[in-house]
Design a protein around this ligand. Structure first.
Ligand code: HEC
Length: 620
């Protein structure tokens, strides 16, 4: 999912990139280990030239290699790096940067001895992607500690900066008053929810955006999470000590973005990938990644089962340029699986196929047996969606008759209606929300359109429900053509007045109850979008929704009127001494717990505003 480069988004930087690649026939011979060759192919055209906005090569030489790698993985060079393979990224970072470790947090950022970890009551928790395994992202009033009527009293209590990062995208978890959160640098933090002081930090191998899931395991609490290069970790929540780690995916383009889920000592880890963007390179043999769920024993990280969403790829032919094509591929899983213990199944929502042949498990809701991983049923909502990022530019790797790129990026919600019936609810990038019957193999009793949908549109990261209504916000960002005088990385030409919107649907029928139109950016600055792609969160009476313009708002569940509105896109002096900034809200949504509203701000991807701050609002 969610987003990738589309026909209507030939960002300036990518157009440049294509020129760079096309002008470099030597590319095919680039040795993966040669950082210098990677630099010449992909970086020198900009960084060897003096320019007002491009840091010269000498400046890059003073940066730690770890930070350069992060810039390619999740920073301002992300779009440039799409077709660059993992080992090439590492090689160019090592070639350019220093070996110096990055600065550790100051002593003053750590908690004093009298603030014990996980010492608050168990109610002060939000464990994993959602407060419960049903993935409804609904917090009860007891756990929320703040009512809809009190939202006007929220003020900023503390902020925490992710030093050197340009994105703050990780989903927070809170267990007994302690917050656990990853970051783009791969540093995982245990923070006191009241004050933001640090209990411990742990360094993962890759960036961590999945929520950390706390699992009881004999008297111990293990935190399980994945990173953006295929590793899964089990840490002791109390100490941050590593119990185990295991690489569940070998494919170099792997991304473990979806948060894990747990049942009976098994944790289920969904896998997705960047491979669609690799296909921009006309010499890349597309495609071989397969979406999957891996079940690991929380005890030791050993594998209980693994189920792929498509069969192993085979050679299918070649492109007009003579590059091999492979398939089936894709059907990545971007969101946390949903446990249905009563029926013994795990529901996941999948993305598109990257190459032919199309499969019936792409853009689908798939139910797997919890103990064996066997696929029990699958309900496809968009057939023949074969798409990769070459399609945005008529690239050779784009399949003829390509599909609309309508992945699922949001978890399926398992909800009990007020009438006592259970419903699965899924929201797609197509802009359509589906009600599915879990007793009838996902038969579709209702479907309702809530937005236009598209490559960067529709429902992206998550909906919420209070058991009465389903609340779905959409991205539907609109891009304007690049104009003369735009900055060199100016993919930020959003229409400041179009996109976004929040719809309430009756859970029983999918009937529309109300619609809250997005507010245009104020002031209507270029590069600002009112799109609402981030995951929603609900408490009784209110729904929280973030926007690319940096605003976090709470809407009344009665009629969609705004109850609370804060602009997070500002500068902050943080409790850990980092000068940080807020930016676009996207990806993981807000978490409400113990009278606090917690949110990460900053998401530069696809033209959003960078930022590196975690904000904690509380009532007095
Ligand atoms: C199309 C031109 C272009 C190409 C190609 C390019 N860069 Fe950049 N790079 C820029 C610009 C412009 C900036 C400044 C961005 C900003 O400050 O917003 C930048 C900034 C950076 C930074 C500094 C980020 C920070 O945290 O301050 C690093 C590191 C970097 N580039 C590495 C690379 C590497 C490595 C490559 C090749 C793989 C590369 N760039 C290719 C234009 C380019």
């Amino acid at each position: 999912m969610p987003m990738r480069i589309s026909a209507d988004s030939c960002f300036v930087v990518l157009c440049v990139l294509v020129t760079v690649v096309a002008a470099a026939p030597a590319h095919a011979q680039v040795s993966p280990a040669s950082g210098e060759a990677v630099y010449k192919t992909y970086c020198s055209s900009c960084h060897d030239q003096a320019g007002p906005r491009v840091p010269p090569r000498d400046a890059l030489r003073k940066m730690p290699a770890t930070r350069i790698l992060r810039t390619l993985d999740f920073g301002v060079m992300m779009a440039v790096a799409y077709p660059i393979r993992r080992e090439e990224r590492q090689a160019v970072a090592a070639f350019l940067g220093t070996n110096e470790p990055e600065a550790a947090p100051p002593r003053s950022a750590f908690c004093s001895a009298d603030r014990a970890i996980m010492s608050a009551p168990p109610a002060q928790s939000w464990n994993g992607w959602s407060a419960t395994t049903s993935n409804t992202r609904f917090q009860t009033s007891e756990a929320a500690g703040v009512t809809a009527a009190q939202l006007g009293r929220l003020t900023l209590k503390w902020s925490f900066g992710f030093d050197g990062d340009v994105t703050a995208f990780a989903a927070p978890t809170v267990l007994n008053g302690t917050m656990f959160v990853g970051s783009a640098s791969g540093t995982v933090h245990a923070l006191d929810v009241r004050t933001g002081c640090l209990h411990w930090i742990y360094q993962a191998n890759g960036p961590v955006r999945s929520a950390l899931l706390g699992v009881e395991d004999g008297g111990r609490r293990t935190l399980v999470f994945g990173d953006q290069i295929g590793w899964v970790y089990g840490l002791d929540a109390r100490t941050g000590r590593e119990q185990w780690k295991t690489r569940i995916e070998e494919h170099e383009a792997t991304r473990l973005t979806g948060s894990p889920a747990v049942h009976n000592g098994l944790v289920f880890v969904p896998a997705a990938s960047w491979e669609e963007t690799r296909a921009i390179d006309p010499k890349y043999p597309c495609c071989t990644f397969r979406g999957s769920v891996t079940a690991l024993r929380v005890r030791d990280g050993s594998r209980a089962w693994k189920t792929f969403m498509v069969d192993p790829p085979k050679r299918t032919g070649m492109t007009s340029l003579g590059t091999a094509t492979l398939g089936p591929s894709g059907a990545g899983i971007w969101a946390a699986p949903t446990v249905d213990a009563r029926r013994g199944v795990l529901s996941v929502a999948t993305g598109d196929n990257y190459s032919h042949p199309a499969t019936d498990t792409s853009d689908a809701i798939v139910a797997l047996n919890l103990t064996t991983g066997r696929i029990v049923w699958s309900q496809q909502t968009t057939p023949n969606d074969v798409y990769n990022s070459a399609c945005g530019r008529m690239g050779a790797n784009c399949p003829a008759d390509n599909g609309p790129d309508h992945d699922y990026g949001a978890s399926v919600m398992l909800v009990r209606t007020t009438a006592g019936r259970e419903v699965l609810v899924a929201g797609q990038k197509s802009g359509v929300v589906y009600g599915l019957d879990p007793n009838l193999k996902g038969k579709l009793p209702w479907q309702t359109r809530v937005g236009q949908g598209g490559t960067n549109g529709g429902v992206q990261w998550g909906m919420t429900t209070d058991g009465r209504n389903v609340y779905a916000s959409v991205s539907d960002m609109v891009r304007l053509p690049a104009a003369a005088g735009d900055p060199p990385l100016g993919d930020a030409r959003f229409d400041p007045a179009q996109g976004g919107g929040l719809t309430a649907l009756r859970l029983e029928s999918g009937e529309r109850v109300w619609f809250a139109a997005a507010r245009p950016c104020d002031p209507p600055r270029p590069g600002c979008s009112p799109a609402q792609p981030g995951a929603l969160t609900a408490i009784p009476g209110a729904v929280f929704s973030g926007s690319l313009d940096g605003h976090l708002r709470a809407f009344s569940v009665e009629d969609g009127r705004v109850l609370w509105d804060v602009d997070t896109a500002k500068a902050y002096t943080t409790v850990n001494g980092v000068q940080a900034k807020g930016g676009s809200l996207d990806g993981a949504g807000a978490v409400v717990v113990g009278g606090m509203v917690l949110v990460n701000s900053g998401y530069p991807r696809f033209g959003g505003t960078p930022g590196n701050v975690l904000l904690a609002f509380g009532i007095d």
